[in-house]
Design a protein around this ligand. Structure first.
Ligand SMILES: [Mn+2]
Length: 272
């Protein structure tokens, strides 16, 4: 039995199937972890959702595009999406209700890996991160989650304070888990810079480069930051988004031995 963590699929269903063939995936033996952003920008989000939901034991954490789909499905406009097939599908609500039950964070104590979409906020311990993720998950699981969804999106506050409350608190938690890339030494999140390390202004660091990160001893698998091209490997930091939807590749990491597997993008899949 092997456990494979897979980066941002973003509707690249054909590449996902090619990747599973490449790793000789056996659904009765192996487990797949998905680092979020299952959908959007690519051509086959509907097929991706149906397939991953059908797997017996897949682990999924939510990414920012997955959260946008929850909003879209409930009538909120979002520009430049490729999610029309999901929205028009007869099983749209089934898929949406499955998606919103997925966590922001997954930690496997046996394997000792943490997975989130964007990473682990430098100031948080594992226990804090787990507890904060659960605060947001509890909202998404509520029958009335819809009325809370829209107020949860935005860029502020960009500094963590344990005393934050209400939507401000939940919004920071969501951003840390699903949108974080660069931040300051003091942990102020930046949502402007999305490029490679070195492309940012001097006062910003990749979240995993902040000195003395609280949880630097915990291996983290994450996606979201395609510009890193999966090439950045400080200790315990494993970025899996290799930009399939941008014409790059789709990558899986076998957690047991840290071996990587990639398949190239089959076509230029970007649609505006
Ligand atoms: Mn993302």
């Amino acid at each position: 039995m092997s456990t494979y963590a897979i980066g941002d699929v973003q509707g690249c269903y054909d590449e996902l199937q090619a990747l599973l063939k490449c790793i000789a995936f056996d659904p009765t033996q192996d487990q797949l972890w998905f680092a979020g952003d299952l959908v959007n920008r690519g051509p086959k989000s509907l097929e991706v959702l149906r397939f991953i939901r059908s797997l017996p034991n897949a682990i999924v954490v939510l990414g920012n595009h997955d959260l946008y789909l929850l909003l879209l499905a409930n009538g909120h406009p979002h520009k430049n999406h490729t999610l029309q097939d999901v929205l028009l599908a007869p099983d749209c609500q089934i898929l949406i209700n499955w998606l919103r039950q997925q966590p922001l964070l997954h930690y496997d104590a046996r394997l000792n890996y943490l997975m989130t979409h964007a990473g682990l906020f430098p100031q948080w311990s594992l226990a804090q991160a787990q507890s904060y993720a659960q605060e947001v998950e509890a909202i998404l699981h509520r029958d009335d989650y819809l009325i809370h969804l829209q107020p949860l999106l935005g860029n502020q506050p960009d500094r963590w304070d344990e005393n934050l409350n209400g939507y401000d608190r939940l919004r920071f938690i969501i951003n840390a888990f699903t949108r974080m890339r660069f931040c300051t030494l003091g942990g102020q999140l930046d949502f402007t810079h999305t490029g490679k390390i070195g492309s940012q202004p001097n006062h910003l660091l990749a979240w995993f480069e902040v000195p003395n990160r609280t949880s630097q001893d915990i291996p983290v698998v994450f996606g979201h930051w395609a510009a890193l091209e999966g090439k950045v490997h400080p200790p315990n930091v494993f970025e899996l988004d290799t930009g399939c939807v941008w014409g790059g590749s789709l990558t899986a990491m076998r957690l047991e031995d840290r071996q990587f597997f990639s398949v190239p993008a089959l076509t230029q899949t970007i649609q505006d």
